[in-house]
Design a protein around this ligand. Structure first.
Ligand code: GLV
Ligand code: MN
Ligand code: MN
Length: 419
């Protein structure tokens, strides 16, 4: 049965700004940093504690919790037709090492606030409604990011991901076992289980909403990305004795490559995004010429042709600038620019208008789990402003009223899709 305008407005009105804000503050205690952000990397003690609290909150709302083989958590509020495919919202509770309180947590907590509001307003849906907490969206500890949703959408990648070794030497498989032991028994959820639709709320992580005075971003899609790991191998040597000409210095070779790559990525149209966020020299001692360097490449661009052309030149450029060292360039993730479902965008626009929140369309520069979910079901995203567009930074900040505005849009969108 379709929701009436009155039903949707009643649900929207039941969203409680203070309660949603308090949930953010409660979650932000897990991994809280002195600078006001969070360090809650995937499946660390802090992330696991946040996951356990989320499950407790879910049960107190009379919802069930299940978990899949990559640790994604599914919180379900039943509908009147238990055989119908659910409608879902959600995001991730894991953070970057110096992350903020809102990247990811907001999408999960907006979903939890939606469940509260549905209970408070006495809303019954035909389809079950779910809130998903995806595993390892950020990819700081275990590469690559958006791992949980990627495995959910492509179960054939499970084994490869379980064997990923984290930056701290822990195997993904073992980190998951630690979480499962801490969380206790939970129902198992099959990977790739069907959904009727998915919508994710997130802070924008860019300044366009703030600059234009809009409260809601109707996300049109996510720009494509290619991620690489580069390993440069040379020869360890004594820094005081080995003549410069005879060295196989991997830091020199890697820095030359990186400067070359930045030059190649220069783009007057300002479409490309290129970042070397991790650079490690081994053995990492001041008096040893480093025999190995590993560095990451995160390269994104919405123009598929340009991204493919530049991406395909990365390995040959590294090779050409490797000097006396050897270089191995491994591509660890590749995603096309992903458009979202036009019907979902319409529903999100209408929901924003119904709650009188000014909205604009925008493309996401950041990756999100919604990209992977869009391969399975009609998918959309709702952005809200964050201060100065700052994210992946402990200073990340958003207002309680904007967060609530986004939650109203999510709740209406889910309700409309859930019937
Ligand atoms: C997600 O945090 C991303 O890297 O875009
Ligand atoms: Mn995020
Ligand atoms: Mn992030």
């Amino acid at each position: 049965m379709a929701f009436t305008e009155i039903g949707l407005s009643r649900l929207s009105d039941a969203i409680n700004e203070d309660r949603l804000w308090q949930m953010h503050m409660d979650m932000a205690k897990f991994g809280a940093t002195p600078k006001g952000g969070v360090c809650r990397e995937c499946l660390t003690d802090e992330d696991n504690q946040a996951r356990v609290l989320l499950a407790e909150w879910a049960r107190s709302l009379n919802c069930t919790v299940s978990v899949d083989a990559i640790g994604n958590m599914f919180i379900r509020r039943p509908g009147t037709d238990p055989t119908a495919d659910p409608v879902a919202t959600g995001s991730h509770l894991d953070s970057q090492p110096t992350g903020g309180k809102f990247d990811g947590a907001y999408g999960v907590l907006a979903g939890m606030e939606m469940l509260h509001a549905m209970n408070d307003a006495g809303i019954t849906t035909t389809r079950p409604v779910e809130v998903i907490n995806f595993t390892n969206e950020e990819g700081g500890r275990f590469q690559p990011g958006v791992m949980g949703s990627q495995v959910f959408a492509r179960p054939e990648e499970l084994e490869r991901m379980l064997n990923v070794v984290g930056a701290d030497g822990v195997l993904m498989r073992d980190a998951l076992a630690t979480f499962r032991a801490m969380a206790g028994p939970m129902d198992e959820r099959a990977l790739k289980s069907p959904y009727a639709s998915f919508v994710e709320a997130h802070i924008e992580q860019a300044p366009r909403l703030e600059e234009t005075g809009n409260t809601i971003g109707v996300v049109t899609g996510i720009q494509g990305a290619r991620k690489y790991q580069v390993t440069v191998t040379g020869e360890e040597a004594h820094s005081g004795t080995m003549p410069m000409q005879r060295r196989k210095d991997t830091v020199l070779a890697a820095s030359t490559m990186i400067v070359g790559l930045y030059q190649m990525m220069e783009d007057p149209a300002d479409l490309t995004r290129f970042n070397v966020g991790r650079f490690q020299a081994f053995p990492g001692a001041p008096s040893v010429v480093p025999g190995q360097v590993k560095f990451s490449i995160d390269f994104r661009c919405p123009d598929d042709t340009l991204r493919e052309a530049l991406g395909c030149k990365i390995a040959s450029l590294c090779d050409a600038l490797s000097g006396p060292c050897d270089v191995l360039v491994e591509e660890i993730q590749r995603a096309e620019t992903t458009p979202f479902d036009p019907n979902m965008m319409d529903i999100i626009r209408r929901a924003a208008a119904r709650s009188k929140a000014p909205s604009m369309d925008l493309l996401s520069g950041a990756a999100h789990d919604a990209r992977n979910m869009s391969a399975l079901c009609p998918t959309g995203m709702v952005f809200v402003p964050c201060k100065d567009g700052i994210s992946h930074n402990e200073a990340e900040s958003a207002t309680a009223s904007d967060l609530a505005a986004g939650a109203r849009v999510v709740a209406q969108t889910v309700a409309e899709m859930a019937g």
